[in-house]
Design a protein around this ligand. Structure first.
Ligand code: AHR
Length: 569
């Protein structure tokens, strides 16, 4: 990025606004060491909700180099593997304690026959699949379940609603979840085994997979069938009516909007509301990709960007907050729980990430693979903080995708492998999972989006007005489970390219007695890891000064993501 652009841009950072806001903050009248640029006030007494560990979930699709090469190298490969699954992939997924893995798509799911991936490797058919690739079906349902088992995570299956009938969905659930062994049918008849459970056992897995989370189609407004909300609602009823549960309820996820299209959500809920199947929806899927252009499919370059593109991308990414609240409102306007009056359905943001244009693919055949820089690490922090601030609304979120596709945590090509800066942010946010999200107020000047004026009305992410500015500092706070309110995690993103933010941190009704931290930052925001330099970008211990009078002053470096662990009294 050139220095002139950067300087010109930085003039628009509203420093004065920050100082003015600080005068009215909780720190007013406190003697603070020197000048501060921002403040954070945390309210431990104002609980938002428990942060679902499943908001740090993942997604793999039969697309480009995601499954073949990324996840599946085959049992006879020279690449280190566990029964065909790349060992480095498993290790990284374990390192981020992946709670949930979504499969097989994406758009791929709606033309996939789950039966094609069963049985001996040589008997599986090869077919032309959604993304134009020849699908060999060497990686199927059992291989996916073994992947989840090896990681220690739960499976999340996307069912085919476009090209298979409802009977196949019903039977896929039966194949996965029916108990093995003889099952009583009628008191007068002998117990007999279930045919699909027997087939599963013959394929190597006698114990049921117990899949409880099911996506009923994918993007049915687009690749999943070009349906209207009303058409999809009718399909949803038919597919979900009387699906067998084997003693524990299924978590069924309905297809939600394209980006911020709240009218899809309202119409879908209206079409399903008061119907007999209302209660069958556990979650609504939301897909929100970030790009610097008016469509999600052409988004600038992953590696080459100036200050304008940098801030524009982050500003659009921060719109996730609007997407979450818009859809929460739309759902709540139609379907609330009869007793509590609260929303009866949770949000499942099962695809998100920065999606760039072509140019940084790993190679031919690695469709939609792209490099990932510090900019993407910041977007990851901003997004996870949004989910945490809305812990009462967002139950599941899956970054798209875990490896070799869009906003990946890992890149792999044959024996070469690296984690991306995004992987590190997932690790840094681990202390938030299962914790109690509490309200925190960030007071910092906002940053004007230098490209806002050129942003035309954007049907994907909302209006151009929504992308005018970006918070100069953002983040989220949570109280650690079992700590009796004594341990607080604070994650903070400073998006300023050239400016550290000296920030006064205080708690309402509590004092800080100690602090430690981890920070991810780099000399240049374009920095990234590649196969030759897999450790170029990595987090380090943050220099944290000790609190004075129960408060902390901390400097968040330019273009950084920080996790602070605070001890409270
Ligand atoms: O993640 C890539 C694709 O993006 C998915 O297949 C689809 O659901 C979305 O449009």
């Amino acid at each position: 990025m050139n220095a002139t652009t950067r300087r010109a841009f930085l003039k628009s950072t509203t420093l004065a606004a920050a100082a003015t806001a600080l005068r009215g903050s909780v720190l007013q009248g406190q003697s603070l060491p020197g000048q501060v640029d921002a403040s954070i006030e945390v309210m431990p007494g104002e609980a938002i909700g428990t942060i679902s560990p499943e908001i740090y979930s993942h997604f793999i699709e039969h697309l480009g180099g995601v499954i073949y090469d990324g996840v599946w190298v085959g049992p006879n490969s020279r690449i280190p593997n566990q029964n065909g699954i790349r060992t480095a992939f498993l290790d990284a997924m374990r390192a981020v304690q992946a709670p949930l893995l979504r499969w097989p798509g994406g758009c791929f799911a709606d033309s996939y026959d789950w039966r094609d991936g069963l049985g001996g490797a040589s008997s599986r058919p090869a077919r032309t699949a959604f993304w134009g690739q020849q699908e060999t079906n060497q990686y199927g349902l059992h291989e996916f379940m073994h992947t989840c088992r090896a990681i220690g995570c739960k499976p999340y299956l996307a069912a085919n609603l476009r090209t298979l009938p409802a009977r196949d969905f019903y039977q896929e659930v039966e194949y996965c979840n029916a108990p093995a062994g003889p099952v009583p049918s009628h008191s007068a008849a002998p117990a007999v085994p279930n045919a699909l459970a027997t087939q599963r056992a013959a394929n190597g897995d006698p114990a049921p997979f117990n899949v409880d989370l099911w996506g009923v189609g994918n993007e049915s407004w687009g690749c999943g069938g070009n349906l209207s909300p009303e058409e999809y609602a009718a399909m949803y009823r038919r597919f979900t009516a009387w699906v067998p549960t084997y003693g524990s309820p299924l978590r069924l996820v309905a297809v939600g909007p394209n980006g911020d299209d709240a009218s899809w959500t309202r119409r879908l809920f209206e079409a399903l509301h008061d119907g007999p199947d209302d209660h069958r929806m556990w979650g609504l899927s939301v897909h929100y990709y970030t790009s610097g252009s008016p469509t999600k499919f052409a988004a600038g370059d992953a590696l080459q960007y100036g200050a304008g593109e940098y801030y524009d991308l982050l500003t659009r990414g921060a719109l996730m907050e609007k997407v979450v609240t818009d859809h929460w409102q739309a759902m709540g306007s139609v379907a609330t729980h009869p007793n509590s009056g609260k929303n009866a359905v949770k949000l499942v943001v099962d695809e998100w990430g920065a999606w760039y244009g072509k140019g940084t693919e790993l190679g031919e055949g690695y469709n939609l693979s792209q490099q990932s820089t510090m900019r993407d690490a910041l977007l990851t922090g901003i997004t996870l903080d949004i989910f945490q601030r809305h812990a009462d609304k967002v139950a599941v979120a899956n970054v798209a995708q875990a490896i070799n596709c869009i906003h990946s945590l890992m890149l792999a090509q044959e024996e070469k492998f690296t984690v991306t800066p995004t992987f590190h942010v997932f690790k840094m946010y681990l202390p938030h999972r299962g914790a109690q999200a509490v309200r925190a107020e960030f007071t910092a000047g906002s940053i004007e989006n230098p490209l806002a004026a050129t942003a035309a009305g954007d049907s994907y992410s909302g209006s151009a007005d929504a992308v005018r500015s970006l918070a100069g500092l953002s983040g989220s706070a949570s109280l650690a489970p079992g700590s009796n309110g004594k341990r607080l995690t604070l994650t903070v993103v400073n998006p300023h390219l050239d400016r550290a933010m000296t920030t006064a941190i205080a708690l309402r009704g509590a004092i800080i007695t100690g602090a430690t931290g981890t920070v991810l930052a780099s000399a240049d925001v374009h920095d990234h890891n590649d196969f030759a330099h897999p450790d170029a970008v990595h987090p380090v211990q943050a220099k944290v000064s000790q609190p004075v009078a129960g408060r902390l002053v901390h400097s968040f470096p330019a273009a950084s993501v920080t996790t602070l662990q605070l001890q409270l009294a």
